[in-house]
Design a binder for this molecule. Structure first.
Ligand code: UDP
Length: 416
């Protein structure tokens, strides 16, 4: 069902992006969507809430419908044991150790099989996100190409886990990774799309000063000193301890308040433990919040003098793109996808250590002109490269590129 302006609750249409990306890009996207009218598409991941994948699937699946593809979104379910195993897999794909016993592998495969039974995936294009539902491909009768979209940093996976997962991956017809550095040796085509943000969402749309002030006051966040902010799931890869250490060094040079805002995803069982660890640092100048308030994320990213995303691994940082869109300078860990988002010294800073992070915080806080310049370039970077229209267009190219059902033609090169 293509959506249109007569719908009772008008959805964002590609045309709404014209003011950011120009009429030519909008026309090109609509042109590419034409051969795909009424194509049945399914996206499958493991949570409807929390983390970047759910954040993106929410607007992306609507936008795909708006250009005429019948696009659905399913999240697989499972008991806590399943998500404990898949979180360990997620960590191990990013290089951590894992001891995958045959019992754990059986639980993983059984739960995925149950989800295959519940979800009849007979769509023309099926996109499976991340390792949690990966083996589902084994149990479904393909009616069209299946794509594995992996969002994690795959540059250095734990070898035994990768050896176990690779045969599942090779049953797909293509895989999408965020950046070329994540490419693996695989028998299937690999293509690279970086994620993107929705500028119309509650999280990213404009807020005026009084709306920002209201949100911050509501959550009792002091605004008398400049704010250093990190917004992240409570996850050790986001290095909250490193952020606290960097802020402690920085505040010896220049007064500032640190705000760590985090949430938990239903597919991430480690969040509570990390949250409790971080809470131990709390004081009147170190605010730790776990709140489900999207406008607060928006307000903090806008009001921050600097946003930090000091990740140790990061497939791609949506939080980085969100803050950049708001014209706020970002200091990011020099890892994974963040390296493709931030150009050191131009639209933000990349750091390799706590000390470096502290130095950059001080430099940015002390220099309003630098803040303004970095923020300006950051916004422009996101406008050109990280809005959802670019991501949608890459999916359209991919869907169009399958000929003879499963054979992938080379994709057009989109400048990103
Ligand atoms: N997020 C949020 N509230 C929080 C923490 C995070 O809404 O308290 C959102 C954040 O704004 C971003 C997403 O969760 O949209 C996280 O995506 P990212 O790619 O940065 O990291 P991931 O969690 O996927 O590793």
């Amino acid at each position: 069902m293509a959506t249109n302006s007569g719908d009772p609750y008008p959805l964002v249409q590609v045309e709404h992006y014209e003011r950011y990306v120009g009429a030519e890009v909008v026309e090109r996207i609509l042109e590419k969507a034409r051969p795909l009218q009424d194509l049945r598409v399914a996206h499958v991941n493991s949570t409807y809430y929390g983390g970047g994948v759910a954040e993106m699937l929410s607007p992306l699946t609507l936008l795909m419908n708006s250009v005429g593809m019948a696009t659905e979104w399913r999240a697989i379910q499972g008991p806590p044991d399943f998500f404990n195993i898949t979180k360990k897999m997620h960590n191990a794909l990013q290089g951590a150790d894992i001891h995958l016993t045959s019992m754990k592998a059986t639980i993983y495969e059984e739960v995925v099989f149950e989800n295959a039974v519940r979800n009849r995936l007979d769509h023309d294009r099926v996109v499976i996100h991340d390792p949690q539902p990966l083996p589902i491909v084994r149990h479904s009768r393909k009616r069209g190409p299946w794509i594995w979209r992996c969002h994690v940093d795959l540059s250095n996976p734990e070898p035994s886990l990768w050896a176990y997962l690779k045969p599942f991956v090779e049953q797909y017809d293509a895989t999408v990774l965020s950046i070329p550095e994540y490419a693996r040796e695989l028998s299937i085509p690999q293509v690279f799309f970086m994620p993107a943000i929705d500028p119309f969402s509650i999280k990213n749309r404009e807020m005026n000063e009084s709306e920002i002030e209201e949100r911050l006051q509501h959550h009792r966040i002091p605004t008398d000193l400049p704010l250093v902010v990190q917004v992240s799931r409570f996850d050790r890869w986001k290095d909250p301890e490193g952020v606290v250490a960097a802020w402690r060094l920085a505040r010896q040079e220049t007064p500032c308040t640190l705000v760590l805002l985090g949430n938990m995803a239903s597919d991430d069982p480690e969040g509570q433990k990390v949250y409790e660890q971080v809470m131990r640092h709390k004081d009147e100048r170190l605010i730790v919040l776990s709140r489900e308030d999207t406008s607060l994320v928006n307000a903090l990213q806008r009001r921050a003098a600097v946003v930090v995303q000091k990740s140790l691994r990061e497939g791609f940082g949506l939080t980085v793109a969100e803050a950049m869109w708001k014209g706020t300078p970002v200091i990011g860990g020099n890892v994974g996808g963040i390296r493709h988002q931030l150009e050191d010294g131009h639209n933000g800073f990349l750091v390799d250590s706590v000390d470096q992070c502290a130095q950059r915080i001080v430099q940015v806080l002390r220099n309003p002109k630098l803040r303004h310049q970095l923020g300006h370039h950051a916004h422009e970077t996101v406008r050109r490269r990280f809005l959802l229209t670019r991501y949608l267009e890459q999916y359209l190219d991919l869907f169009n590129a399958f000929e003879a059902r499963y054979h992938l033609r080379p994709l057009p090169h989109l400048t990103t």
